[in-house]
Design a protein around this ligand. Structure first.
Ligand code: CO
Length: 175
């Protein structure tokens, strides 16, 4: 199956809010399958539907092969209509995003979260996570609200990013 195109910053759809998933049908299942293909081929850990141009509230992830996170396998996992119901603590760590390729920056997130939502069959699920998995949940849910990791940076760091980004854009245009 061909991989889906991952929208890159500053594509406008990345700033829009997703709608709740209400219908679990074949189209949704095949989109989920294609998103996993896309995730694995891009070597990412998680992917939210709006990143592939679908403004529906769900994300997928797979941490089963991640060396830092053996206990949060198994993947692959789909969470429809995710909602964080509890969060606690704080951790600052490096974060990246498939929609902002090549960019990594320290972002402050809650250390532990409890998430509720539905699995790909529509069954209610609740997941407790800490560290990397908790960070991933917060990052992906942000995508569903049109929020990017850039929105969590200090204005100084954000300005540095924007300056570099514009420079890169200009360079690409001049080629
Ligand atoms: Co992202």
């Amino acid at each position: 199956m061909p991989r889906l195109e991952i929208l890159k910053y500053p594509e406008t759809q990345l700033f829009e809010k997703s709608a709740a998933v209400s219908e679990i049908d074949g189209a949704l299942q095949s989109r989920i399958n294609r998103m996993f293909d896309t995730l694995y081929m891009s070597e990412g850990l998680g992917l939210a539907a709006p990143q592939v141009g679908c403004l529906q509230s769900f994300f997928i992830y797979d941490l089963s092969h991640h060396e830092d996170e053996p206990k949060h396998g198994p993947g692959p996992i789909v969470v429809l209509n995710p909602e964080i119901v509890e969060m606690e603590g704080e951790e600052i760590a490096d974060e990246g995003c498939l929609s902002i390729p090549g960019y990594f920056e320290k972002v402050s997130r809650a250390y532990r979260v409890q998430l509720k939502g539905q699995d790909r069959e529509g069954k209610d699920i609740r997941i407790e996570a800490e560290g990397l998995a908790a960070r991933l949940f917060q990052h992906e849910i942000d995508h569903l609200n049109g929020v990017l990791m850039l929105d969590h940076l200090s204005s100084l760091k954000r300005n540095i990013f924007l300056r570099k980004f514009k420079k890169k854009q200009k360079y690409a245009e001049s080629k």
